[in-house]
Design a protein around this ligand. Structure first.
Ligand code: GTP
Ligand code: MG
Length: 457
């Protein structure tokens, strides 16, 4: 356990009006500090673990600041595995700030973002995957994302990574054992086993990598670009999906000049919608800048809703543009069927085309379902999502995968002379997987990871 750490304090509740506010303390002096700044019938330092004491926090002038409950958690059975106190005061920014100030006066240090969870990791209560899940749970925008984070917090993902890590250690031990054999003693079946084990590990890594798109959509939200020629109904589409008049809609082509971003939950899936400037050749500098932004939005989108006007003919330029975009990223929205003159659907892929009028409520419901189904099938989103990897895990897994592929390549060649090089690749893979679970870590990695956490978490 990390016993020589100092005592940290932070306001753990949101900095706004609320029914209660919590100031958290963790470290060897947590109980002493609480005792110095409070008065209660029973002393915090003498309290039994997991008890709640009724108390008052006292200011430096001896006057009461707040009436509180002290939750006493003794090491090692606390979130951080250290001595901890949670001071629950009456909600409100001022009260919480005054209690916090008293904690600092009495010797605590302000906690860094995520420092409580970092201590929980350093003290062995959580691995890095579980620590990351804590923040995912805080940030979850949908029930699916929260369930996924909870499963990861409970070790759902750790088991899979630990299995890979242990298998790699096994592989390395087998490889290094062969170094003791002379060439004549070397038994080919041993190498066959090593090769097979390496392939098994690579398959496991591949399976985990395939879960990334699900995690990406449920954590960050699917990014949806609404594009098309001017006046086809893009802003109308944004407003209908949001159920509010967010963007200006008008019959004048070129109404939307800049990109407009909004978020919604569609049947539990977070979507980040971007309405864009209509694409056309123009001399107007402002409009050209808007169209440039449209191009960037298209590049970053997970799904592109390409709106078409059924009262206007298709043009060659647009059709040429589609061919440059991955077809699985496109969903054609043929709009204005109430004043339809052309049958665009004939020229479009059936399973990728929706037709209707955005002025008709039933058509909008149909469109919402169509977007939902396209995303769930494209990103393989199950009804009950399990813990899946994040971008950090994906990047490290890809490095591990590369190392193991190099090892595999060497195994196919004259293996006797190559064992040391193969071992080096396996060691690299072990390091990458270790960085995911936290078996391998360094200060910089932790600083980077916890910097994105809330203060007090
Ligand atoms: N008849 C009919 N008109 C529609 C429909 N959907 C949108 N409109 C009208 O089409 C016009 C243009 O709609 P917008 O949503 O502003 O079009 P836009 O694609 O955002 O246009 P720009 O911002 O100029 O690129 C408005 O007058 C809308 O009311 C529809 O289904 N049927
Ligand atoms: Mg518009």
């Amino acid at each position: 356990m990390n016993t020589d750490s100092d005592t940290i304090a932070a306001i753990a509740t949101a900095g706004s009006e609320g029914c209660i506010s919590i100031v958290r303390l963790s470290g060897p002096d947590a109980l002493n500090i609480t005792e110095k700044i409070s008065r209660s019938a029973k002393k915090p330092t003498g309290a039994t673990p997991n008890t709640v004491l009724y108390a008052h926090i006292v200011g430096s002038d001896g006057k009461d600041i707040d009436e509180v409950l002290l939750l006493i958690l003794r090491a090692p059975k606390s979130y951080t595995c250290e001595e901890m106190v949670e001071i629950q005061g009456h909600g409100g920014r001022i009260s919480a700030a005054r209690i916090m100030r008293r904690c600092l006066d009495a010797g605590a240090r302000p906690a860094e973002p995520g420092e409580f969870t970092k201590r929980a990791f350093l003290n062995g209560r959580l691995d890095l995957l579980q620590a990351e899940a804590v923040q995912d749970l805080v940030k979850a925008q949908s029930e699916a994302a929260a369930n996924m984070a909870l499963e990861q917090l409970e070790g759902g993902l750790s088991t899979a990574f630990n299995e890979i890590y242990d298998a790699l250690i096994h592989l390395l031990a087998d490889l290094e054992a062969t170094l003791d054999f002379s060439e004549e003693q070397l038994l080919l079946p041993v190498y066959d086993e090593i090769k097979t084990l390496n392939i098994l590990i690579m398959n496991k890594i591949e399976r985990l990598l395939k879960t990334w798109p699900q995690g990406h959509i449920l954590r960050e939200g699917a990014s949806i670009a609404i594009i098309g020629r001017p006046n086809v109904g893009k802003s109308t589409l944004l407003n209908r999906l949001l159920d509010k008049e967010r963007a200006i809609v008008s019959p004048i082509p070129g109404t939307t000049r800049d990109t407009i971003e909004e978020s919604i939950l569609l049947h539990g899936i977070p979507l980040r919608l971007t309405d864009t400037a209509g694409m056309r050749t123009t001399e107007c500098h402002v409009e050209r800048e808007g169209i440039e932004r449209t191009r960037k939005t298209i590049q970053q989108a997970d799904l592109i809703l390409h709106v078409l006007d059924a009262s206007q003919p298709l043009d060659d330029e647009m059709q040429a543009f589609w061919r440059k975009i991955q077809q699985n990223k496109l969903l054609y929205v043929v709009n204005k069927t109430d004043i339809k003159k052309y049958n665009h659907s004939e020229n479009l892929p059936k399973n990728r085309t929706y037709e209707g009028s955005l002025l008709n409520n039933e058509d909008v419901i149909r469109l919402k379902n169509c977007i939902y189904e396209t995303i769930t099938s494209e990103f393989n989103l199950p009804d009950q999502p399990h813990a899946v990897i994040s971008e950090r895990h994906r990047d490290l897994l890809q490095l591990a995968q590369r190392s193991l592929k190099q090892a595999d390549q060497l195994m196919k060649e004259q293996i006797e002379e190559k064992t040391i090089f193969i071992s080096t690749h396996v060691r690299d893979a072990i390091e990458q997987i270790g960085k995911i679970t936290g078996r391998v870590y360094y200060e910089e990695l932790l600083d980077q990871l916890f910097a994105g956490f809330c203060i007090g978490k």
